[in-house]
Design a protein around this ligand. Structure first.
Ligand SMILES: [Zn+2]
Length: 297
């Protein structure tokens, strides 16, 4: 069936265009007017736009550093404003050091308004969007009262900003999460035991890739996918230094026509090739070795 350009489709296309330029008022006007209707798969996007728009209505945006802007609702951050700004800088510095990154991608960290922080919040610990004027990190306001979680969530999302920029958005989701979970938190010994004993299934790359949907009903599956990715990230980190991890991401962006042609003849993925170039092992082999290596941690 051909794609039908209904008025809703046209409105949503324009809404997304505005959203990716962070023009939230224009974006929200379009989606509020046209609604989700039959397009129920757009419900998550509708809520994302609504949350960022409602925040923007009441927010203040301040530059913290030349590359970093901070958006928040002052009535809600109140006396914590300076502390939160300092924590954001510390978390970004921490992630940058782990990945041998010097801050040069314009970034906005936005603490979403409390009114959108409801149980249906699509991403309970935050998310990162590759927008045009800047990469935007959105954090739910409940993190304000928990400094450790605030730090971890910011470091996790900023590691996504770094991965996105180094790989030019070409790294698979599992690798992005592997790096973000590695940066975010110390080793989770409980997850380690579950995978080591086989109580939690260790997924192959192509199976793991589809498991990161935070809106999925399979909450355990999603949680385990993040844990597995984090352990693979840890294995990579133990197999080299931060420069090597960085190189793996860069390799995804670097590929020219010849290598691309050669690897498609050999039936390999971009990631498989990048891994071979930097770590000397393919994607499937990495997953097997990381599983076998769990006993070393
Ligand atoms: Zn993530």
């Amino acid at each position: 069936m051909p794609f039908i350009h209904t008025p809703e489709h046209v409105a949503w296309k324009a809404a997304f265009e505005n959203y990716y330029w962070d023009r939230l008022e224009e974006s929200w006007e379009l989606v509020e007017e046209s609604g989700v209707g039959e397009l129920s798969y757009l419900l998550g996007a509708y809520r994302l736009i609504e949350g960022e728009y409602r925040t923007r209505v009441h927010s203040e945006i301040s530059p913290i550093l030349p590359w970093l802007q901070f958006e928040r609702v002052l009535d809600e951050t109140g006396g914590e404003d300076a502390r939160l700004g300092a924590e954001i800088v510390a978390a970004c510095d921490y992630a940058a050091e782990r990945l041998a990154w010097t801050h040069d991608a314009a970034t906005m960290v936005s603490i979403l308004a409390g009114e959108v922080d409801r149980p249906w919040a699509t991403n309970p610990y935050g998310y990162c969007v590759d927008k045009h004027p800047y990469d935007k990190i959105c954090l739910p306001s409940h993190l304000i009262s928990d400094p450790r979680q605030f730090f971890e969530a910011t470091a996790h999302e900023y590691a996504h900003v770094i991965s996105l920029n180094l790989s030019q958005g070409r790294a698979p989701r599992w690798l992005g999460e592997a790096i973000s979970v590695l940066v975010e938190r110390p080793l989770d010994r409980y997850a380690l035991r579950q995978f080591r004993s086989g109580r939690w299934a260790w997924r192959a790359p192509e199976d793991l890739e589809g498991m990161f949907d935070v809106n999925s009903d399979d909450r355990d599956g999603v949680y385990r996918a993040y844990q597995q990715a984090g352990l693979i990230g840890r294995y990579l980190a133990e197999s080299g230094d931060s420069a090597k991890l960085r190189q793996l991401l860069v390799e995804h962006a670097r590929e020219g026509l010849w290598p691309s042609l050669r690897r498609s003849i050999a039936g390999r993925s971009r990631t498989d090739n990048a891994l071979r170039a930097v770590y000397g092992l393919g994607e499937a082999e990495l997953f097997q070795k990381a599983l076998a290596g769990l006993s070393e941690f």
